[in-house]
Design a protein around this ligand. Structure first.
Ligand code: GTP
Ligand code: MG
Length: 335
């Protein structure tokens, strides 16, 4: 890893004129808000490079954040330097390209930072049966097709269905609800049933090929991400294998999202966690592997009076991190 001085030298060498590009800020990193950035600065960490070379434990202590957030921030800083190192202008352009897809609920969009699910990111929704994971996915599959000024990405959707829960009729109903042509909307969703985890891996490769062939795919949905892995790698003896395979899969997914500037929405089941004594005793499948690789992690549950509650996990820079939405015939809405 280059020292700070060396980085400055290289940066100077590659800048064609005296104009200085705006450097990426610590607050550009996931999980680093102004409050955490201030703590880091107090600890003498001012720039990306200092952060990129830290260990998660040290960063966690310095910034007062959890290990998961620390690891994510370090990884992001490293990725960012990789890009900024050779060409900072190119990096800025890439950021400008990020697109968003509205969930249909302003509240829910706010929870995700303002505009809904983000391209170049993985958004994971986990929760119990009937908590709304598939319904959120179905609404996104419709909304991605909206023009940009209506909260869409003007693109098509790939829906990898591992549980056979994709319902064309439901898609049409949601499309009608927002005044879109149901048949057209359905035609812009490529659906594949994944029969096992190997098939699921293969289908991911196929998505990359489709995009290269010119399909304007802007959203990839995997519903459910973990069900096959969980069923095939049952029992303690297989846990390590399962996590390794899941890990690789998450990385492939992130690479796909970054290479093609697409948003990824995945669903995940929960299991009872008897170790937790207070609150909701449920834990997401795939544990840390899935959690670390997901950029946004949302816990869904049923709320009062038919509402749903969405909670952003692992984001200490967002104080108000829980919100309410509803599932209606027209999909996800505020009320
Ligand atoms: P699992 O896949 O079983 O783990 O659950 P999930 O989290 O995917 O749940 P899903 O998204 O399928 O949510 C199911 C719930 O959505 C139902 O219990 C209904 O409350 C609601 N829902 C599903 N379809 C409709 C519909 O057409 N109209 C309305 N108003 N609500 C619906
Ligand atoms: Mg479902």
């Amino acid at each position: 890893m280059a020292s700070k001085k060396e980085v400055e030298k290289i940066k100077k060498a590659i800048s064609k004129d005296d104009e200085v590009e705006k450097e990426p800020q610590l607050t550009d990193l996931p999980g680093i808000g102004p409050a955490v950035a201030a703590k880091l600065e107090a600890a003498g960490i001012y720039d990306m490079m200092s952060l990129a070379v830290m260990s998660p434990a040290v960063l966690g202590d310095a910034a007062g954040v959890g290990a998961a957030v620390a690891r994510k921030a370090i990884q992001a800083a490293r990725n960012m330097l990789d890009l900024g190192f050779t060409d900072g202008v190119e990096y800025a352009k890439k950021r400008a390209n990020v697109s968003y897809i509205t969930t249909g609920s302003k509240n829910f969009d706010e929870l995700l930072g303002g505009k809904g699910v983000e391209s170049r990111s993985i958004t994971e929704a986990f929760g119990a049966y009937g908590s709304g994971k598939t319904q959120v996915g179905s609404t996104l599959a419709v909304n991605v097709q909206l023009p940009v000024d209506k909260g869409g990405a003007n693109g098509k959707c790939v829906f990898i269905d591992t549980e056979g829960t994709f319902r064309p009729g439901r898609i049409k109903q949601i499309a009608e609800g927002i005044g879109a042509n149901p048949e057209k909307v359905l035609k812009n969703i490529f659906v594949a049933r994944a029969f096992n985890s190997d098939h699921q891996v293969l289908l991911l490769e196929r998505v990359g090929e489709m995009i290269k062939e010119g399909e304007p795919i802007k959203l990839l949905i995997i519903d459910s991400l973990t069900a096959h892995f969980r069923a095939e790698y049952a029992g303690r003896g297989m846990l390590a294998d399962r996590q390794q395979k899941l890990n690789r899969y998450m990385h492939d997914m992130m690479k796909l999202a970054e290479t093609h500037n697409i948003a990824v929405y995945v669903t995940n089941q929960v299991m009872a966690n008897p170790a937790q004594m207070f609150g909701d005793p449920t834990t997401a499948i795939g544990g840390h592997i899935v959690g670390h690789a997901s950029t946004y992690r949302i816990y869904l549950r049923r709320g009062k009076k038919g509402s749903r509650v969405a909670k952003l996990i692992d984001s200490p820079n967002l104080p108000d991190n829980e919100t309410i939405f509803f599932i209606t015939n027209a999909g996800v809405v505020d009320e």
